[in-house]
Write a protein that binds this ligand. Sequence first.
Ligand SMILES: *Cc1c(COP(=O)(O)O)cnc(C)c1O
Length: 461
Amino acid sequence: MQTRDYQRRDRAHHLHPFTDSKALGEEGSRIIERAEGAYIFDSEGNRLLDGMAGLWCVNLGYGRRELVEAARDQLERLPYYNTFFKTTHPPAVRLAETLCRLAPAHVNHVFFTGSGSEANDTVLRMVRRYWALKGRPEKQWIIGRENAYHGSTLAGMSLGGMAPMHAQGGPCVPGIAHVRQPYWFGEGRDRDPEAFGRECAAALEEKILELGEDKVAAFIAEPVQGAGGAIIPPASYWPAVKAVLAKYDILLVVDEVICGFGRLGEWFGCVHYGLEPDLMPIAKGLSSGYLPIGGVLVGDRVAETLVEEGGEFFHGFTYSGHPACAAVALKNLELMETEGVVERVRDDLGPYLARRWAELAEHPLVGEARSLGLVGALELIDPATGERFPKALGVGNLCRDASFASGLVMRSVGDTMIISPPLVITREQIDDLVDKARAALDTTAARLADQPSKAREETLS
Ligand SMILES: *Cc1c(COP(=O)(O)O)cnc(C)c1O
């Protein structure tokens, strides 16, 4: 009763992000009412293991009283004040200091935003401002990657490489180019993975030369692509990219919105790959998603120029460093440190997930099972051919629905199934996650076997 009532009212007035509203209206949205630890509960009384940590963000899990109390205490003391006009407040100061202590040694400044998208808008402006201050205003081009995700504002979507997003509401921000992604399973399976990784880095160098080596300002990338399909680059990729960027004096922007704060078993994804980014957009796990906050960590090279030579930077948001959001983020980082969350992902949970997740590669529907830290993916293939299913079959969606039915939130990106569970998940819960993922694969295989010819005929017609 209540479910249908909410669905009706939701359909009537609520336009959802990244959603076909008409299709959702026909199906009805799932209503999530509460959550605890690694589990969410819907209005039908179903308990689901949240294999996506919300949207890659609820790293400490749900129901953490300490985070709730940090928000309440700060809201009572000072619910809002800005950081624009020669003012600051204790939570912003303490969070900035803590972030810079946790970040790599050459990173000692942070600019606060309300989200990851706003962080990438800030990146775009900072990069161009930096080169202008350096007397090189012709350095304008920023190179991103196909199928990358950097947010949904105009700058975020332009820096990102999601073709369906570029196709709507364009033109994109000018001066942004894209190069191929290091997606071995999707685009390089006929080649040696390490050779493929080097080819992708070589494509970056070709693009730089094409645009003009003195016209390229920065390269932006996620250490591991998240929304694109939990794409873990071959080991050869990042060292080769690093060498290319050094050769042409190009800034490196590492988008840490997903990989930051322990996801890959280090405080930041760049540490895992031995990178020294000039700028690091952050958000999501910064506050475990309890309140919205993002920012850009700024390396010394850029910060010194902006501070010493820049004068006023005409940029900022009403909620830059919002006191309650900052207080929650600060408490979140404090809990992560005292509970050794990052070390546990690196030394115990990450390797354990890798072992258990790899077992799923034996399933006939799975062409590859990969993971790093607590992010993982399964590539679904047709066992009859060893190739992808026809797109229109929507096998990924089938598997996602089967996963929900088996009690696990697993997301699909095309026919790639992805997980990114809370970092506080236990070994037992990882076992449960793998069992449920396997059940989802079995259900998907059974559905395809039920009516393979019919479904395929429909696809072909
Ligand atoms: C989610 C995401 C963003 C955008 O963050 P929002 O808070 O949704 O604006 C940017 N970059 C990456 C890598 C992301 O995953």
